[in-house]
Design a protein around this ligand. Structure first.
Ligand code: ATP
Ligand code: MG
Length: 223
């Protein structure tokens, strides 16, 4: 038995909105094992992105526990969380969070530089080629299409070979050919580097390749 890479026990997320507290996730208990690929599905507003944020320590659970690689994320302070993410996680958000004043190449190189890689630019360039954007390396996010920005975000998240990759609809804005290329990149991270993948997806062809699919309905696991 290996310990789970991600372990949520009765996790709750309540955010305070203008109209008072909004209960977003309830009683989420879920283990993800090493090298497993988990798909998250469910209707819009069911809490998929919020669950990914909890797993990545980007939102703090308001109840229960969330542990990653044996660390209780609910107990780490902001600095420790940031370090933990830098060393262990890649995250691709639904809105890609690229840095607008940096080129595609610079965006992909950042986490590699933070990880101390000497060949950060070479590796970043290779990763852009892997997502089919070698010819756009010098472009700024504002000069890229939505699908291109998404691929830059994926290149950035995967380049450091994170142990855990959390991706929100990684093929959402892509045509079939580019979507297939991205799926291959993600599964390659698992096959060659043993990464554990958690992906929100509406795409049946991506859900089919997952080891397990969890469905959320109204902030609860329903299947
Ligand atoms: N900061 C916030 N404050 C209050 N409510 C929020 C906040 N962020 C998200 N929500 C609410 O939480 C619920 C879950 O949102 P979430 O983004 O996790 O859904 P989702 O399943 O990812 O949906 P989609 O498929 O549309 O991306 C929604 O009802 C949303 O309106
Ligand atoms: Mg979402």
């Amino acid at each position: 038995m290996t310990d789970p890479v991600l372990s949520l026990t009765d996790a709750e997320l309540t955010l305070s909105g203008n109209a008072g507290p909004v209960e977003i996730l309830h009683g989420i208990t879920l283990d993800v094992t090493s090298g497993e690929t988990l798909g998250l599905v469910g209707p819009s507003g069911s809490g998929k992105s919020s669950l990914l944020m909890l797993m990545g320590g980007l939102e703090r659970a308001t109840g229960g526990t969330v542990a990653a690689l044996g660390h209780d994320l609910t107990a780490l302070d902001e600095d420790a969380l940031a370090r933990f993410r830098r060393d262990n996680m890649g995250v691709v958000f639904q809105s890609f969070h690229l840095i607008p004043t940096m080129t595609a190449l610079e965006n992909v190189a950042i986490p590699l530089e933070l990880a101390g890689a000497r060949d950060a630019h070479e590796r970043a360039e290779a990763q852009l080629v892997a997502v089919g954007l070698g010819h756009r390396a010098g472009h700024y996010p504002g000069q890229l299409s939505g699908g291109e920005q998404q691929r830059v975000a994926l290149a950035r998240a995967t380049a450091p070979h994170p142990k855990i990759l959390l991706a929100d609809e990684p093929t959402g804005n892509l045509d079939a050919a580019n979507g297939a290329q991205i799926m291959d990149l993600l599964f390659d991270l698992r096959d060659r580097h043993g990464a554990t993948l958690v992906m929100v997806t509406h795409a049946p062809e991506l859900a089919e390749r997952c080891d397990r699919v969890v469905r959320l309905t109204d902030g609860r696991i329903s299947a």
